[in-house]
Design a protein. Structure first.
Length: 136
């Protein structure tokens, strides 16, 4: 984990335009290309999957509901490769997916996602609400 943390801290992200997607977060518009858009979608998916597993484990172990105490939520870099989006953007969207996945896993339901082919995936409508990605 220390090697991974060191690699992420020393890495600056690589972005190759042209921009053809826009998303809105925190009162500001951001632009990215198709690869950045896919990376943001993947961050939410990775977050949901990791969150579901963490929530399920906490419920099965009798722990209290606390997604913010989970290491994957705190780190929020699972699946990040340093390309196309900044780590802080990836972290934000990973945590949005994680929170919803944790909630579903902890309560043993699929309000925000589903299980298919051995993994947990967030529903497309929920992903669209979180990311609000627009092509232009």
């Amino acid at each position: 984990m220390r090697e991974d943390e060191s690699r992420l801290q020393s890495q600056s992200y690589y972005d190759s335009g042209p921009y053809n997607y826009r998303y809105y977060r925190g009162g500001q518009y951001y632009e990215t290309n198709q690869y950045g858009a896919q990376m943001l979608r993947q961050s939410i998916e990775n977050g949901y999957d990791q969150g579901y597993q963490a929530g399920l484990a906490d419920r099965e172990d009798g722990w209290n509901f606390d997604y913010q105490d989970a290491f994957p939520y705190q780190d929020a870099s699972y699946g990040y490769d340093g390309y196309y989006v900044d780590l802080s953007e990836y972290n934000y969207y990973f945590r949005e997916g994680f929170r919803r996945g944790y909630e579903d896993g902890y309560y043993g339901r699929f309000q925000y996602g589903s299980y298919s082919n051995g993994g947990y995936s967030i529903l497309g409508t929920i992903l669209s609400q979180i990311l609000d990605l627009r092509s232009y």
